[in-house]
Design a protein around this ligand. Structure first.
Ligand code: FRU
Length: 494
């Protein structure tokens, strides 16, 4: 039988992906079946399972012709690969099946909405436009709609750029109708969010410009997501080409959350608060879904596109998702915590209380590379507090990564300079801790190739990749001036 681009990808990923052993992958973070992964797509709960699709180049561990890979899970931590669902094989998406999202139709089918790139990006004189397309399926196989594209370049405001028009996030309103927001580059060269409406998911028209960047937060925006939480509007974005702003935003590709007033009747959004979603090194293109139990769960691509050459030894896969995170509003900000299902992976509890740290300290039983570690740190004497506290992990005689906290400045630094990185990518990032209190609480989630830090119960987060050899599994505490700590540590296991 003749191979199609999709059947070729499915045969290829089966042959090559099945050779990768579970030990070569992260324990509970989703990595591509084979090849390259970037953005999470179509994050949804459908037919009793969580579905996660992803930007996927099965043939190589670098970004290339974009397909949609597919995995399912019942707890968002153990993933089962399903066959690739879409390949670039139509005139309207031959340059790539770019990012998008998913909803369920009234007839029970799942609708995937994605961006098609209309020309081969690697050919000379390529003229790639970006259009929005849909496909329907049953959770296993999907068929592109014969009426694609469903939103064309003629549907963007005049003067806006049809080459930067992508990443539809689709949802349904209470009356059953459909809405989607897409990112687009406006006439001023920076991003805007367009809102589209449809009665059925197939016939779309532009409703309005939902928000304009006006060159404020980076230039082009990517991967928008909009929803309400506790009556507030929440817009998540991944801006390109950002300028730094204090400790909040850094140069290059970033991540931004707007909170504001959402008027459901007129479908208007007026942001009145802005913050970074994750203040670490590797977090981009986040997408959320509403779980059946009402939790809003966010997952991101655990990478920054600017740093995507960061790797140490070649692997048959590259790219991974963050741990899924429950997001919520508190004190006017967006907070996040790893999904509570992670607690089911906890084994071998080790607890220490009121340990004095003055200089170096190691604690029996506190080590490992797939762990859930909570440390509470306070000065022994609040009148005369410690200067700097260090938590060093993924450590052996040669390598380590560390978190250091300067009490007076209230600044937490994540530093992987000595983690084995051989690339000139960003290896350090600092974060101004929002709450000023005597005690700092850090929850550190380590998987084989990553660290995710949740600060003060999730008020802020810092995420970074870590390609340190697995034998580097020691943990050390250090304090310049006396500190007192409580430690709670679990191994994370299948
Ligand atoms: C973000 C992004 C999206 C695009 C996709 C292509 O990382 O650039 O805007 O749809 O990746 O892979």
């Amino acid at each position: 039988m003749d191979q199609t681009p999709l059947s070729r990808a499915i045969a290829y990923e089966k042959e090559h992906g099945d050779k990768i052993t579970p030990e070569e992958r992260p324990l509970f973070h989703l990595s591509p079946r084979t090849g390259w992964l970037n953005d999470p797509n179509g994050f949804s709960f459908y037919k009793g399972q969580y579905h996660l699709f992803y930007q996927y180049n099965p043939y190589n561990t670098v970004w290339g012709p974009m397909h949609w890979g597919h995995a399912v899970s019942s707890d968002l931590l153990h993933w089962e690969y399903l066959p690739c669902v879409m390949a670039p094989d139509e005139a309207y998406d031959i340059g790539g099946v770019f990012s998008g999202s998913a909803v369920t139709l009234d007839d029970g089918r799942q609708l995937l909405m994605y961006t098609g790139v209309t020309d081969d990006l690697f050919k000379r004189d390529s003229n790639p436009m970006q259009v929005q397309c849909v496909a329907t399926g049953d959770g296993l196989t999907y068929t592109k709609y014969e009426g694609n594209p469903v939103i064309g370049v003629e549907d963007i405001p005049s003067g806006s750029d049809p080459r930067d028009f992508r990443d539809p996030k689709v949802w349904r309103r209470e009356d059953g109708s459909f809405r989607a927001i897409c990112a687009n580059r406006s006439e001023d060269g920076s991003g805007q969010i367009l809102l589209f409406e449809s009665p059925d998911g197939f016939h779309w028209k532009r409703k309005k410009i939902f928000l304009k960047n006006e060159n404020r937060y980076g230039l082009m925006w990517e991967c928008p997501d909009f929803f309400t939480l506790d009556g507030r509007g929440v817009l998540l974005l991944s801006p390109m080409d950002m300028l730094p702003e204090g400790f909040e935003f850094h140069n290059g590709n970033g991540n931004v959350c707007f909170l504001g007033k959402y008027d459901d009747e007129n479908e208007t959004f007026e942001p009145d608060h802005v913050q970074a979603i994750d203040s670490g090194i590797d977090f981009y293109a986040s997408q959320t879904m509403l779980a059946p139990d009402g939790r809003r769960i966010m997952i991101g691509w655990m990478q920054n596109p600017d740093g995507s050459s960061y790797r140490v030894t070649p692997r048959p896969w590259y790219g991974q998702m963050t741990v899924p995170r429950e997001i919520f509003l508190k004190d006017g900000r967006l907070w996040q915590q790893p999904i509570r299902e992670l607690m089911n992976l906890r084994k071998n509890e080790v607890i220490y209380k009121d340990v004095k740290v003055d200089n170096e300290c190691r604690l029996e039983g506190v080590k490992g590379r797939t762990i859930d570690l909570t440390v509470r740190i306070r000065p022994e004497d609040a009148e005369n507090p410690y200067h700097k506290f260090i938590l060093r992990f993924a450590m052996n005689g040669e390598f380590y990564t560390q978190l250091s906290f300067r009490y007076k400045e209230n600044v937490l630094k994540l530093d992987r300079k000595f983690s084995g990185s051989r690339r000139a990518v960003i290896n350090q990032r600092r974060c101004l801790v929002k709450t000023r209190s005597e005690e700092l609480k850090l929850r550190v989630i380590l998987d084989r190739y990553s660290v995710e830090v949740f600060i003060n119960d999730g008020e802020q987060a810092m995420t970074a990749l870590l390609y340190t050899e697995m034998t580097a599994d020691n943990i050390m505490f250090f304090s310049d001036g006396a500190a007192v700590i409580d430690v709670e540590k679990y191994d994370l296991m299948d």
